[in-house]
Design a binder for this molecule. Structure first.
Ligand code: C5P
Length: 209
């Protein structure tokens, strides 16, 4: 079973995807980390994330970069959102994601274009949304917990810029896949959102538990 979980930054899609993977005993891939690694590698190379050639060269990042805690930072998210507009970068990361999605037994992937591009045949497609205010608040608390100095206003501005870039880019923009079920997590706790996602998967796959 392939489960595609798409949605904007800080919508809760990562938490939901991780929990679904655990509940249904499936491997999980957070595809945002691949774009974050490319963004980080461009910076390490002294390149320009707005240059397709520089970003493409950075797709050869070492796997060790994927566990770098800096990848979770706002700066890294901003770089990821810039390198991810380049069609050749998306193409370069396609095979890795596709192979993960189609491994025997299935998988859970979360990102922006899983249900539309990477695994349009996914049995379950979820589109996770939340208000900008709810997402900014969550990101702010997360940054505070990890000791990163950033204001709520800065996070809100950054989220809005990223949403715009993700939704308006020509290559694989963030859109709801056909047949995707929407979960709005603005007013849900993480456990409520997870419970809702699990019951949708059960419903769609005929699993009555
Ligand atoms: O999900 P996360 O915030 O880690 O993603 C960082 C950036 O990577 C996003 O803003 C988006 O631009 C890009 N991305 C993408 N396609 C994906 C996953 C992430 O374009 N499947």
């Amino acid at each position: 079973m392939i489960i595609a979980v798409d949605g904007p930054t800080a919508s809760g899609k990562g938490t939901i995807a991780k929990a679904l993977a655990q509940h249904f005993c499936l491997p999980h891939l957070d595809t945002g980390m691949l774009y974050r690694a490319v963004g980080q590698q461009v910076a390490l190379n002294g390149g320009d994330p707005d240059s397709e050639a520089d970003s493409l060269a950075a797709c050869a990042f070492p796997d060790s970069l994927l566990v770098d805690p800096d990848l979770r930072s706002e700066v890294s998210g901003g770089l990821a959102s810039r390198v991810s507009v380049h069609p050749r970068v998306r193409q370069a990361l396609y095979d890795r994601q596709r192979m993960f999605a189609t491994q025997p037994g299935g998988a859970v992937l979360d990102g922006r274009d899983i249900g539309t591009v990477i695994a349009p045949e996914a049995e379950v497609k979820l589109f996770i949304i939340a208000s900008v205010a709810a997402r900014a608040e969550r990101r702010f608390l997360e940054m505070q917990r990890t000791g990163r100095e950033v204001t709520l206003a800065e996070i809100t501005t950054d989220l809005e810029a990223r949403d715009l870039r993700d939704a308006t880019r020509s290559a694989a923009p963030l859109i709801q896949a056909e047949g995707a079920i929407v979960i709005d997590t603005s007013l849900l706790s993480p456990s409520e959102a997870i419970a809702r996602a699990i019951s949708f998967v059960d419903l769609l796959t005929g699993n009555t538990g």
